[in-house]
Design a protein around this ligand. Structure first.
Ligand SMILES: Cc1ncc(COP(=O)(O)O)c(C=O)c1O
Length: 457
């Protein structure tokens, strides 16, 4: 069947507010052409992020009522712990309020001056937590992962030759662990193959270095392995996920993605010493080890979400609907990062608006235009986020790619919402030659994309 049918019925709805183009023009101007400054109520279709934006199931909401709010020894934590141990096989499960809290604890312990942490590609919070500890974050993506038009199955993979050479040069004294992000969010949500996970683990073991997964989107990655990697067609998603985790010594997890919850995360490790140190930090920064910054009802919903995300009908719908959006945009002739990843479509703004130079922020200009056209909120991942102006020479250093990310919240929008998004992209694509760039009039000192202000040129 061609039609992608949502594997759920809708029991509770949230109305959307429609605005006119004139209203959106005024809203955007008032927001300094920064979509982070726009009220959610003024957005029709919110594709800013897939993080913490999932719709929970009736089963999860039921669990919220049953959540055990005991400070110590909460039954809901025991359920989460049992679920995560069953899924990952790790010995110690340390709950945190979200993924970056797990990263902070981990790199607080293993990071520090002169240390180096390799990853296929660090997500921005992972990089920030590595760097804040004093360590260096090194990205080692496979070269094909950097080519937006190339169609390949596992463009999220780690470059094993580059990793081996780094491990040989630096060794366990300088490299406290190697991380692999599945799927590779910072590289367009591209998946990592089981073969690559296994070989990364083997290299780490050969050099006596622990191997960790950044597992936020482990289920989407497992689904790609099932449909793309020979030998996995007949395995269940749970079996594939278990195998992925079996090669690792631990993981960080943001439940706001494949946990299907609005808040939650954990750090999981096998090493008893590391777990003891992590729990000591946890008590100071997050809370007691049986709640770690979460309410009992969050723990309960998280445990249930981790089971639901493994359902194959759900994952088929999820990956097919992201790919549907990508294919429709591609058929317009509009350039996207190929092939569609697990959680988002990335429009290549440099090719879409080839007349706008990087220092006039083509990605931001395109994101603003999508908002003006239909109230769609997307996220620029380009020179606003990663570009720099050299403080001495005043020279502008653009980002490697100019992308606009359309991240799809889980179980929130239907196919007709996506058809509307495609219609807007088509309208914007037709008049692309008339779209103007932007000038940054306020640049904050850190993470500038969140609060920068612009003027239209
Ligand atoms: C790959 C990856 N790692 C870590 C994080 C951080 O998770 P959180 O937002 O829960 O802190 C994210 C969030 O988007 C992510 O995509």
């Amino acid at each position: 069947m061609k039609t992608i049918i949502e594997p759920f019925k809708i029991k509770s709805v949230e109305p959307l507010r429609f605005t006119s183009r004139e209203e959106r023009e005024a809203i955007l101007k008032e927001a300094g052409y920064n979509l982070f400054n726009i009220q959610a109520d003024d957005v029709l279709i919110d594709l800013l992020t897939d993080s913490g934006t999932a719709a929970m199931s009736a089963h999860q909401w039921g669990g919220m009522i049953e959540g055990d709010e005991a400070y110590a020894g909460s039954k809901s934590f025991s359920r989460l712990e049992k679920t995560v141990k069953g899924l990952t096989g790790f010995r110690h499960i340390i709950p945190t309020h979200q993924g970056r809290a797990a990263e902070k604890i981990l790199f607080n312990i293993v990071g520090g001056q002169d240390k180096i942490v390799p990853n296929n590609t660090h997500f921005d919070t992972t990089r920030a937590n590595v760097e804040i500890s004093g360590a260096e974050a090194v990205d080692l993506p496979v070269p094909e992962g950097l080519n937006p038009t190339l169609i390949a199955d596992f463009k999220g993979n780690m470059d094993l030759d580059a990793l081996e050479s780094l491990l040989q040069r630096k060794g366990p004294e300088q490299i406290p662990l190697v991380m692999l992000t599945v799927t590779n969010n910072a590289n367009a949500g591209q998946p990592v193959s089981m073969d690559n996970i296994r070989k990364t683990a083997q290299l780490c073991r050969a050099h006596g270095i622990p191997f960790f997964l950044d597992a936020c989107r482990f289920a989407e990655n497992a689904y790609f392995i099932k449909i793309r990697e020979p030998g996995y067609e007949k395995k269940s998603i749970r079996e594939i996920a278990r195998e992925m985790f079996s090669y690792a010594d631990g993981c960080t997890m943001s439940g706001k993605k494949d946990g299907l919850v609005n808040m939650g995360g954990f750090l999981a490790v096998n090493d008893d010493q590391l777990a003891r140190r992590a729990r000591n930090i946890l008590i100071v920064t997050e809370g007691f080890p049986t709640y770690g910054g979460l309410a009992g009802h969050d723990l309960e919903a998280f445990a249930r979400g981790l089971d639901e995300v493994l359902e194959e009908d759900y994952l088929t719908y999820r990956i097919r609907s992201v790919s549907y959006l990508g294919k429709q945009i591609d058929q317009l002739g509009a350039p996207i990062f190929q092939p569609p990843g697990g959680h988002a479509i990335y429009i290549d703004a440099k090719a879409f608006l080839s007349h706008i130079p990087p220092h006039q922020y083509p990605g931001q200009a395109l994101a603003c235009e999508l908002y003006l056209c239909g109230g769609i909120r997307a996220c620029e991942i380009g020179s606003v986020m990663f570009g720099k102006t050299d403080s001495k020479s005043g020279e502008f250093e653009p980002a490697r790619l100019e992308m606009v990310r359309l991240a799809i919240p889980r179980r929130v929008y239907t196919q007709s919402h996506m058809d509307f998004v495609v219609e807007c992209i088509e309208a914007v694509f037709r008049k692309r030659d008339k779209i103007k760039g932007l000038h940054m009039v306020y640049e904050p000192p850190v993470l500038r994309h969140f609060t920068a202000q612009f003027e239209s040129l």
